[in-house]
Design a protein around this ligand. Structure first.
Ligand code: C5P
Length: 409
């Protein structure tokens, strides 16, 4: 395995020399990238001698080899130890101001952070939020060990033992059956729509919905991690769009339709995670609608928006298109059937290949971080249920898509 070992600027850096030995003795090829600050603790010569590879943390060394891109692309695993509060913050915010953070942005390999810092820094809400964000994106962040720290104080913040980091790193690199294997979607192009459309009524008002776009963003991140190229068509989002995608921003259902039908022509997968307004105003006022003195209330006449998902299926029938088309649906049970029965009918009606059925009712899915879905397959495979964070659910959906793509080859 090709491992990038990033070393942060903390006193625990000296323990990482043992970790490096464990990797090399197990036959792995390791490139060490020490941060500038870490060289205050362990010098370059130690890393070069132990890894047998040259060391740099400058994006300007060996520019002809485009090292800041190549190292990340070629890595099978990235391990950061000690992960300092500063390094976690830079990784969480997507900074790329040195070779290590640049490599983290480029890499789609599994990433493991082994934090080490003072207890106060570890427990600070900023650090905890950064750790939560990194985990949400799929990185493994180990809990620091509890014990004596550099000074006289003790508490959580010690670097876990090299043997523990070694074992956790190998586990993180193992392909999992429920998650799409790293690289299992490389060479594939996936178009994802996300967020809620907004249908204007006048220059300041619109009809909208509560979709946050979180599930679509999680799907894009899972697809990128599995090596896909992602075209992301974003209606209104309450979260930032994912980094590393080809982004198209739209507002209305008709704009979303145009972008989707165009981009669906030459991609491998279309995922319709957007909440598309079923209706738009028949006429949109050019000027702000005013309150009237005679007490008369304005009437909004609505008309149907096209069903983009059904149209994408139709377009594929006529012109070709994605091998896998995925729809989303939120269903509640009623007199006419269970949520599953409604979902199965919708899958047939829309003609897509997979339908991700959100169960709504007990707690609303919109805006929440966790969800529970059942994936229905038009090919007749058994429905599969997944629950957890939107990013965990996204991985299960992507694994199912990867399996469908494999079957359609
Ligand atoms: O019919 P319903 O709105 O429940 O279907 C949801 C699925 O259909 C989602 O995948 C959504 O993105 C898609 N949809 C669409 N065009 C519409 C309404 C929904 O593509 N006008």
């Amino acid at each position: 395995m090709r491992i990038v070992l990033g070393v942060g600027g903390g006193i625990a850096a000296y323990k990482v020399a043992s970790l490096l030995r464990l990797f090399t003795e197990a036959g792995h090829s390791v490139t060490v990238i020490p941060t500038e600050a870490s060289r205050q603790f362990v010098g370059t010569a130690t890393w070069e001698a132990l890894s047998g590879n040259p060391i740099s943390n400058s994006v300007f060394d060996a520019v002809d080899q485009v090292r800041h891109v190549r190292l990340g692309q070629e890595a099978d695993l990235v391990v950061i130890a000690p992960a300092t509060a500063d390094l976690l913050a830079r990784a969480a915010s997507g900074m790329a101001n040195d070779l290590l953070t640049g490599t983290l942005l480029v890499s789609r390999a599994p990433v493991l952070f082994a934090p080490a810092m003072h207890t106060e820094m570890w427990l600070h809400p900023a650090t905890q939020a950064n750790v939560a964000l990194l985990r949400e994106r799929g990185a493994v962040v180990l809990e620091p060990a509890v014990g004596r720290l550099t000074g006289a104080d003790s508490g959580p913040g010690r670097l876990p033992e090299p043997e523990e980091i070694f074992a956790a790193a190998l586990r993180a690199a193992e392909p999992s059956t429920t998650f799409p294997a790293h690289g299992s979607l490389s060479g594939r192009t996936i178009t994802i729509t996300a967020g809620g459309t907004r249908e204007p009524l006048d220059p300041v008002r619109f009809l909208g919905n509560r979709s946050s776009g979180k599930q679509g963003v999680a799907l894009a991140e899972a697809a990128l991690s599995a090596g896909a190229s992602v075209r992301f068509i974003a209606a209104h989002l309450e979260v930032p769009p994912p980094a590393g995608v080809d982004l198209t921003v739209v507002e209305t259902a008709l704009e979303l339709r145009e972008a989707t039908l165009q981009q669906a022509r030459d991609c491998d997968v279309l995922i319709m995670a957007a909440a598309v307004a079923d209706f738009r105003a028949q006429s949109v006022s050019d000027t702000k609608v005013k309150k009237r003195d005679d007490g008369e209330n304005p009437v909004i006449v609505l008309e149907r928006n096209p069903d983009i998902l059904a149209e994408a299926v139709e377009q594929r029938r006529n012109l070709g298109g994605p091998a896998v088309i995925v729809g989303f649906a939120a269903e509640t049970g009623d007199d006419e059937g269970t949520p599953l029965a409604h979902g199965e009918r919708k899958l047939k009606r829309k003609g897509c290949d997979l339908l991700v059925l959100n169960r709504v009712g007990r707690s609303l899915v919109f805006g929440q971080d966790t969800t529970e879905v059942t994936i229905l397959d038009a090919g007749g495979a058994e429905p599969e249920t997944a629950a957890g964070s939107k990013s965990e659910v996204a991985k299960v959906v992507l694994a199912r898509i990867a399996a469908s793509l494999g079957a359609s080859n």
